[in-house]
Every structure is written in structure tokens, then in C-alpha cells.
Design a protein around this ligand. Structure first.
Ligand SMILES: C[S@@+](CC[C@H](N)C(=O)[O-])C[C@H]1O[C@@H](n2cnc3c(N)ncnc32)[C@H](O)[C@@H]1O
Length: 198
């Protein structure tokens, strides 16, 4: 993650955040309870929005992003701990968290399957997984455009892929969808899943 991307991220996302995303995040995070793991917390946009949770441990592999998030951490009303780590290798014991939160991050994680496996491992049985992501669209014309744009987009936006089938990736690894909403056609999804462990 480049320093420039981290520095300008909030500026470019600001209009979308104010128009739509802030409300989406607030609604989603209302379902978070107990000890929370946030994956790829970026500039910490979610930090001031957590309510009624005991603790948030936020992992983020980019030190530039961590630096940018420190001011939002000060605005939080719940304790937030930051750990420099990647989703594919989480430095936590099995069954540690009541809730796992991932927002706009599965588009960028290099190994989605490994990350989901790790997330399942550290989340308690029956724990909640809350996601808000942009995904590959169902319309074939639009999804072909997403496929075509992805190589360039990935370079400009520090590894972000427009063509990820994130919800399918979660369900194919045994996670159960309890609620899903789509918006801007089906470019964005908000979903609450349950960690069913055998
Ligand atoms: C588009 S930003 C989103 C940040 C934040 N979650 C939000 O909702 O605004 C994507 C974030 O994912 C992080 N990231 C990239 N690879 C990752 C990985 N392997 N594990 C965890 N986070 C990762 C990036 O450093 C970046 O902060």
C-alpha cells in the first residue's frame, strides 16, 4: 500500500461516504457485539461508528494506513487496538472473536480463500461475520466491463479488483448468509453471515 494512496484515500472516498456509505456502515455495525475483529481497517473509517461492543482489534498490513487511522481512533467511543497483520495469517487463537467485520477489503486481499479460512478459525462458533463489499455484477455486460477494467484499476487503486465474487467465496467455504442487501444495482453488497463450525 503506497503512502500516497493512504494519504488521499479519505479525500476521494469522502463524497461517497457522506452520500451513502456512512449510513450503510452504521447499519451494519449495529449488529457487531462483544469482541470484534476488523480486517483491513484502512484509514479507520469504521472506528467512530462502533457502539455497544467490548473491544475492537483492527488488523491492517499497511503502516501508512495505520498512521492515517490514528486520528479516527481518537474519535472512537469503544476501545480500539491496532495490529499490523494480514488477513491470510491472523495472529490470534482459534475461537477468539464474537464478530468479524470486513468492509471494502475483500476486493484487495490477495488470497481470499486463505483469508476466509483464517477468519472462520478465529471467529467463535456461531459468531457473526459482517461484510460490506463491492463485487462482480450479475449483468453480463457490466461484469465484462468490470473484468476489462480490473487490470488498470488494480494498478491505480493499490491492488483493488472489480471482479471479485466475494459472497460466493464466503458461502462456498460453508458460511451461512443470514441477511443480504444489494445497492447501486448489485455492485455493492452488505451481508451478515454466521460462522457454522462442524
Ligand atoms: C479499500 S481499503 C478499505 C479500508 C477500510 N476497510 C474501509 O472500509 O474503508 C482496503 C484495505 O485493505 C487492506 N489490505 C490489503 N491487503 C490486505 C490483507 N492481505 N489483509 C488485510 N488487509 C489488507 C489495505 O491495506 C487497505 O487498507
Amino acid at each position: 500500500m503506497s503512502n500516497q494512496f493512504a494519504k488521499w484515500y479519505d479525500f476521494f472516498m469522502g463524497p461517497l461516504e457522506q452520500r451513502k456509505f456512512k449510513r450503510v456502515r452504521e447499519d451494519l455495525l449495529k449488529s457487531a457485539t462483544g469482541k470484534v475483529l476488523e480486517i483491513g481497517s484502512g484509514t479507520g473509517v469504521n472506528f467512530p461508528l462502533y457502539r455497544n461492543v467490548d473491544l475492537v482489534i483492527a488488523i491492517e498490513p499497511s503502516q501508512h494506513m495505520i498512521d492515517q487511522s490514528l486520528s479516527k481512533r481518537k474519535l472512537a467511543v469503544v476501545p480500539i487496538e491496532m495490529v499490523n497483520a494480514s488477513a491470510e495469517r491472523l495472529p490470534f487463537e482459534d475461537d477468539t472473536f464474537d464478530t468479524v467485520v470486513a468492509t471494502l477489503v475483500f476486493c484487495t486481499i490477495p488470497n481470499v480463500e486463505e483469508a476466509i479460512n483464517e477468519l472462520k478459525r478465529v471467529c467463535k462458533p456461531n459468531g457473526k461475520i459482517l461484510i460490506f463489499e463491492h463485487v462482480k455484477m450479475e449483468n453480463t455486460v457490466l461484469s465484462s466491463m468490470q473484468e476489462g477494467l480490473t487490470p488498470l484499476w488494480k494498478k491505480i487503486c493499490d491492488g483493488c479488483c472489480l471482479n471479485r465474487e466475494t459472497l460466493k467465496a464466503f458461502t462456498s467455504q460453508g458460511l451461512k448468509i443470514e441477511r443480504v442487501e444489494k445497492f447501486y444495482k448489485d455492485l455493492f453488497i452488505v451481508a451478515e453471515l454466521r460462522n457454522r463450525k462442524e
